[in-house]
Design a binder for this molecule. Structure first.
Ligand SMILES: CC(C)(COP(=O)(O)OP(=O)(O)OC[C@H]1O[C@@H](n2cnc3c(N)ncnc32)[C@H](O)[C@@H]1OP(=O)(O)O)[C@@H](O)C(=O)NCCC(=O)NCCS
Length: 357
């Protein structure tokens, strides 16, 4: 039976560590431009308490999103063992393109995927390179989309990368900016013969809610009145995103498992988008609740948020790679295990993929 199989993974975790303490000299403002009266240290302590984030990674100033995308992509290709010239597609999920340090300007032409193809030196014209913009769920969306391309008989081998340098598009006077991070994760996905019970994508689900929810995560001016008026930064209505995610994500995850014909008790690991530790715990608890199980099994959900923050599209492929490679010592994924990828973000978009390793 032909299945969509992940045959290699790769990551780029930028080396610059931005600690919570590094924000202590920041002046934070509210959305009306008024300075927050609490000292920065108490704001940061509260931030850690409500998100679980201690530190995050920022790309070095001379490195761009397509550069870290290429690093992760190259590693995924090496791990898969395929000849890069046999790829049918290179897909890069991101939201802001390349943003040169200090410029706050998205560069999306040429596509990041074309830039990555160039950096990797892949020449075959039939290997098409394009980007997907689906908010933080972009990389999971690229899995779903490639699975459909495979079933349509239009591709057999793809390189899927999620890469973002959110540190370049944050308003540092907004305390929510401390959530965001940089990073890249990738996989090679191949359509290949897999025995019954062998590896492959088992089910998918996706939703977009863009009525009242469309501006829950969007672009807005700095909270600092002396900032350049033309510049726009990533903004979110955090509480609304939080409530939205708790309400909809568990159902989207269940719908994916239902489509796969898999019961939650068969799932070995849940790899969920990392934006807020407590939010993720509550989402997973509610998912189990849909099956009449009151508590999620301990260790079901590997978390990287404490040291990687929210690296958007890079989060899930990075997490998957780290667990597969044994770099998260408390977690293990073995051949035959069933994992559930799930993400939520701007759009608002939600998606999930059920995968047998
Ligand atoms: C942004 C977020 C951390 C705010 O947490 P919250 O608990 O919803 O915050 P609330 O607005 O209810 O405020 C609770 C308290 O935290 C404070 N607070 C809110 N945001 C904060 C922040 N970023 N840093 C520090 N303190 C913050 C509030 O001032 C309030 O303080 P008080 O109790 O002294 O009045 C949280 O809503 C969140 O993580 N949302 C989801 C974000 C997400 O998933 N984004 C996806 C991006 S792809």
């Amino acid at each position: 039976m032909l299945s969509s199989v992940i045959t290699g993974t790769g990551i780029c975790i930028p080396e610059t560590i931005q600690l919570n303490q590094d924000f202590e000299q920041h002046k934070f403002f509210d959305e009306k431009g008024l300075p927050l009266t609490d000292p920065a240290k108490s704001i940061i302590d509260k931030f850690r308490k409500i998100t679980g984030i201690n530190e995050r990674r920022y790309a070095p100033t001379d490195i761009n999103t397509s550069d870290i995308a290429a690093v992760a992509g190259r590693q995924a290709l090496l791990n898969s063992g395929i000849d890069p010239e046999t790829l049918d597609q290179i897909v890069v999920a991101h939201n802001f393109g390349d943003v040169a340090y200090g410029s706050i300007q998205s560069q999306n032409v040429p596509t990041l995927a074309s830039r990555v193809k160039h950096i990797l030196g892949i020449l075959r014209p039939e290997c098409i390179a394009y980007d997907v913009l689906v908010g933080c769920p972009g990389w999971v969306h690229s899995l779903i989309q490639s699975h459909a391309w495979f079933k349509a008989g239009m591709a057999k081998k793809v390189l899927l990368i999620g890469a973002e340098t959110l540190s370049r598009v944050i308003d540092t006077s907004d305390r929510d900016s401390m959530i965001f991070a940089d990073g890249a994760g990738a996989c090679v996905l191949e359509y290949k013969n897999s025995p019954q019970g062998g590896p492959g994508i088992l089910g998918t689900s996706a939703q977009t809610h863009s009525a009242g929810e469309v501006d829950y995560i969007d672009m807005g001016k700095s909270y600092r009145s002396d900032d350049d008026n033309a510049a726009l930064y990533i903004k979110m209505k955090g509480r609304k995103v939080y409530e939205y995610a708790l309400k909809h994500v568990p159902f989207a995850m269940k719908s994916c498992l239902d489509q796969a014909g898999i019961d939650i008790r068969q799932v070995r690991k849940i790899l969920i988008h990392q934006a807020n530790e407590k939010m993720d715990e509550e989402i997973v608890k509610r998912l189990y609740g849909l099956y009449g199980v009151s508590e999620a099994p301990s260790g079901i959900m590997p978390m990287s948020i404490q040291w990687l923050g929210n690296s958007s599209v890079a989060t899930i492929p990075t997490l998957y790679h780290l667990v597969l490679q044994g770099e998260m010592t408390e977690h293990e994924i073995k051949e035959g295990d069933i994992v559930l990828f799930a993400s939520v973000g701007a759009g608002m978009n939600i998606n999930a993929v059920c995968y047998r390793v």
